[in-house]
Design a protein around this ligand. Sequence first.
Ligand code: ATP
Ligand code: MG
Length: 404
Amino acid sequence: MSQKQILIHYGELSTKGKNRKMFQNKMADQIRHKTKDIEKVKVLPHHDFMHVKWDHASYETIIDVLKDVPGIARFEPTYRVEKTMEAIYAKGIELFEAQTFEENASFKVVAKRSDRTFELDSMMIQREVGHVIGERFPELHVEMKKATYKLTVSIQRDAAYLSLISVQGMGGLPYGSSGKGMLMLSGGFDSPIAGYQMIKRGLEIEAVHFSSPPYTSPQALEKAKKLTAVLSRYGTPIKFHNVPFAKIQEEIKEHIHEDFSMTVMRRIMLRIMDQLLVKNKAMAIVNGESLGQVASQTLQSMSVINEVTTTPILRPLIAVDKNEIIAIAEKIGTYDISNEPYEDCCTVFAPKKPKTKPKLHTIQEMEAALNIEDLVADAVMNTEIMTIDEFYLKEQLAEFDSLL
Ligand code: ATP
Ligand code: MG
């Protein structure tokens, strides 16, 4: 019998009818994957909640995993004790002792007796435990409606279970429950946050990075890989596609007037994305565009760029301000990586005066100078793939140290 357990409350999936089982299984699989190196963890999905049970690891270790699992609204660490009132009092006091009380804090005890053979009924348990806690912590008063602390005592067949605090989860939907998309991931601030937002909304992600060596540095590519590693913390290991883009950019530089090069470049990126989507059985493109942020993100630019595809393009940051994006980057740990100075392919080839209102027919005429079909096929064929997990960052650091 496992000694330690956490009770997980689902977020929105409780409204999802017959897909509910699939949602729960996705979440359970992700938790199993993330705890596979921890001894004897059991993940047990039930209709209205999920249990994680284990024996040895600390509560903090498991809490650390659960707070980054999409689809969890909140969760409660639950403590198992012997089925005697003395053991219940002792654990209750211990749980309250770990808290720092605000002024005027209040509490209540909620008891549930599934085991009818237990000597006291739930009302009596509530009263007795409430009395002991009230005596031990005179600074707390009892409050039924809006108590600051709710101590739950559940008497079950095998033991008594107590819980006091409820930890807020990440929210959203279980990873992969909304299907799969491919994230256009630069080394900038925006695209990793776009990926995070979609992961949170249940989308499985593969990352696609366009790199242009020798014009772009190995460090720029490394940046994108490190960002992928951070994102994989919120999902499972992520497939990373590195698309060779230098030849295409040389061709654009040679044949397309500089002012229009950015629009053409982005249209080619989308054509490549479409082929990668088919190859990898994904259904949407995700990018980090935010309305009006730069020349390629005006409505006119977006409509001309978008014209090459009918695939849904998900732009979770379209209405998000830069300072809000930065705040999320700091929270999820992508800020320092995005802040590294290495430039990616778009910055290196950026025109001085990109058109903010390109005309579709002008762009189409210009593109006739390029053999787009071959360029796209070539880039797709030479795309390199690797899988990146959250330990990638640590491994890179260790490798770096060993070279010193
Ligand atoms: P970011 O901070 O994500 O780089 P940005 O504000 O700098 O975005 P752009 O450089 O115009 O904007 O890029 C818009 C979007 O196009 C990015 O958010 C990203 O999704 C995609 N993108 C840009 N450059 C690359 C690249 N080298 N590889 C993959 N995707 C890219
Ligand atoms: Mg950028």
